[in-house]
Structures are given as C-alpha cells and as structure tokens.
Design a protein around this ligand. Structure first.
Ligand SMILES: NC(=O)c1ccc[n+]([C@@H]2O[C@H](COP(=O)([O-])OP(=O)(O)OC[C@H]3O[C@@H](n4cnc5c(N)ncnc54)[C@H](O)[C@@H]3O)[C@@H](O)[C@H]2O)c1
Ligand SMILES: [Zn+2]
Length: 369
C-alpha cells in the first residue's frame, strides 16, 4: 500500500491521505473508521458499480462494526444533476442520517462528484471518503475536493469545494472497468506526464502494452505517479487561483468538443483531442518547442485515443463555446500550454495561461486531422 498525503496549505485541517494498492477493499472498514469516524455511513454509488461492488463494500464496512447503507442512482453523466443530488439527500434525511453520519462516494467521477456534493451540503456538511472505481476517478476526480452537478447551462456549474477525509484507490477494482473507460482515463495520465514529468511521459510511451493489458506493476506505477502529480498541484493551490490551471491542459478545447458532442464522447476522448490541438497551438504561437505536438500525438494515438474533432464539428463553433467559457478574458481565449513534454509554459509571477489569437486556435483545430 502506498500512502500519498495531500497537504492543503490554505487549510491545514483539510489535509488527507490517498491510499493506493491492490486489494485495499479488504481493509476498507479499518481505513474508513480511522480517517472518517461516524455513527452511520451512506454509501452512494451508481447502479453499475452497486451491482458489482455494493455488497462487498457494505460487508467490509460491517466487518469493522460500522453501520452502512447503500444509496443507488442510475449510472451515467445525464444523471449527474440537481435532481439526483436532491433525491439522494432526501433519502438520507428520510433515513434519519444525522450530523454524525458520513458519506462514502463509491464509483467513477459521476458518483464521486455527486456524493461529494451531497456530503458538502447535507446538514450544512458531513465528512466523506472517496472510493474511486474508474481510472479517471482514481487519478483525477477523487483528488482536489471539487464536487458538483451539471445544469442546463453547462457541466459542473453548481457545486462546492469539499475535501474528502480519505481516498481509497483499490487497483483491483479496475479489473471490471470497460476497456473504453480505461483508455479514456489514460488521457488524463498522459496529461499528467506532459504537464509535469518527462520521465513519466516516457514510461507511458513505453508501457502502452502493459497498461492496456492491466499488468499489475504498470497500472500501479501509472495510478501512483498520476495521483502524486495531481495531489502536488492541488495541494499548492486548492482553489484554482494559480498553478492549478496547468491541469486544464487540453481541457479548453476538450470541454468545447464535449459541449458540441452532447454525451456522445467520453471526457478523456475529448481531452485527448484537446491536448493534441492545444499542443499544436502552443508550437504555432512559439510557446512550445518544435516536436512537442508530434510526441503528444503519438502517445495519445498509441493508447487508441482520438486526435481530431469529429468531422461535423466546426472550428468556429468550438471558438464560440470557448469564448463563453469562464476562462475567457476580453474575448480572447486563454490556454494552459506546454513548453515541452514534461513542463508547462508559465510562472508564478507571469501566470500559467496564455491568450491565443482566434486565427491560431482555428488553424490548430482544423489542421489536427
Ligand atoms: N471533481 C473533479 O475534479 C473532476 C475531475 C475530472 C472529472 N470529473 C467528473 O468525472 C466524471 C467522469 O468520471 P468517469 O469517467 O469515472 O465516469 P463515470 O462515473 O460515469 O464512470 C464511467 C462508467 O464506468 C462505470 N464504472 C466505474 N467503475 C467501474 C468498475 N470498476 N467496474 C465496472 N464499471 C465501472 C460507471 O458505472 C460508468 O458507467 C465527469 O462527470 C467529470 O465531470 C470531476
Ligand atoms: Zn479532465
């Protein structure tokens, strides 16, 4: 078992540990009781994950003499809504869960974001533990304390910062993850290497076969290193005022692509396209070293991730969506861009985002094919 501390500098008592390893589920009760003591636990999860792991999680909590009940919701991004949040909260109220209760968020990023937001607001806030079950949830969404739901105006627009007391990433749970979901999660792993660690990026280039075959050592190194990188970035900057922006590499264009595709594309797929386009953009405007985009492209392609927007998506439409995005200032879209593989352009004094001319963005998107 590897323990990665997340030291929240702005709020010392919000610090917590992420534990990573094979078979941690066996010790779930002990881990939860130590980090997040409560009189009762509401285990919130989607129906897919409930059918595979619901009974086991309840059993492991009850083994440790903890009182736990399962609260399910229908799986999928379309259910990450205020309505599901309200239903889950109401069911906990009807069940008599009090201020001395806690939430266990079991599942992918959808369950984590929803359950975290239930915990953030329930009786003005109860503690919670993240038990991520998808690769994306292990290396990305369970870390950093962002919780929330989607609304008609956009994704993740209503929510709260609420740090978990503990994150338990049991790598064995990835054995049941559908292949497309594993690949989509790898987009965020490639992002972590690209923005912060050239050696890790090189490992991901080499280890493609082992990772896709879910080799134990390869998965362990990937999840552990990605968690370390995300934890280090968010610990230094809990509320996204500065360097946390580097995690948005690939996401400015990626989010716009997601918005045009409805729910037709996985987040990681859209981010892969976004990273490829933004790496091209960084080179075109002289921010990234020559060859950076080619290397990013090859790594994403090796994992079978898409590289260009679907043919029906127009660059002008993507630009329009990006200009509406919250990261826009003065109509110019700002991007977190690579300097080279393993390092971001920017500095603590100069900021971590760059305003790019619309023509350059359009060219980077249309030439990505
Ligand atoms: N809070 C954050 O900082 C943050 C960061 C990134 C993404 N997110 C959010 O995360 C969400 C995406 O997360 P996701 O990709 O995990 O999607 P998801 O939660 O929908 O999970 C993907 C699918 O895999 C299934 N699944 C999960 N684990 C499984 C397992 N071990 N075995 C079998 N099936 C399993 C789920 O039931 C679901 O059908 C988005 O809503 C996104 O906005 C949040
Ligand atoms: Zn992402």
């Amino acid at each position: 078992m590897v323990k990665i501390p997340v030291a929240i500098r702005e709020q010392r008592d919000a610090s917590y540990d992420i534990v990573v390893g094979h078979g941690l589920m066996n010790d779930l009760g002990t881990l939860v009781r130590a980090a997040c003591p409560a009189s009762r636990y509401a285990v919130i999860t989607d129906r897919n994950v409930a059918s595979i792991y619901g009974a086991t999680v309840l059993a492991r909590l009850r083994d440790a003499s903890l009182s736990a009940e399962l609260f399910e919701f229908p799986a999928g991004e379309p259910h990450k809504t205020r309505q599901t949040w309200a239903d889950l909260s109401d069911r906990m109220l009807a069940g008599g869960f009090g201020r001395d209760a806690a939430v266990v968020a079991l599942g992918g990023g959808v369950a984590g974001d929803l359950a975290g937001f239930v915990a953030a607001a329930y009786l003005r806030g109860v503690p919670y533990v993240q038990v991520p079950t998808s690769l994306l949830a292990m290396i990305d969404s369970s870390i950093g304390g962002k919780t929330g739901v989607d609304v008609p105006a956009g994704k993740n627009l209503i929510g709260a910062f609420h740090q978990p007391r503990l994150v338990v990433a049991d790598l064995e749970l990835l054995s049941t993850l559908p292949p497309a979901e594993l690949v989509a999660g790898m987009a965020e792993a490639v992002k972590h290497g690209a923005i912060a660690d050239a050696d890790y990026f090189a490992f991901l280039e080499r280890a493609r076969g082992a990772v896709l075959a879910r080799d134990r050592a390869a998965i362990e190194r990937t999840v552990t290193r990605s968690i370390e990188i995300k934890a280090e970035v968010v610990a230094a900057d809990e509320r996204e005022s500065g360097r946390r922006a580097i995690l948005n590499f690939g996401h400015t264009i990626g989010h716009a692509i997601e918005a045009t595709s409805g729910f037709g594309m996985l987040h990681g797929e859209a981010v892969a396209i976004g990273m490829h386009c933004e790496a091209r953009l960084a080179e075109a405007i002289g921010v990234a070293a020559a060859g950076t985009a080619t290397r990013v492209r090859a790594a994403l392609a090796a994992y079978g991730l898409p590289l260009a927007p679907p043919p029906n998506v127009r660059a002008d439409e993507l630009l329009r969506i990006m200009q509406l995005d919250k990261k826009t200032r003065d109509g110019k879209v700002r991007f977190a861009l690579l300097k080279n593989v393993g390092a971001m352009h920017g500095s603590a004094t100069g900021g971590w985002t760059v305003a790019a001319p619309a023509d350059a963005v359009r060219a980077a998107v249309t030439s990505a094919n």
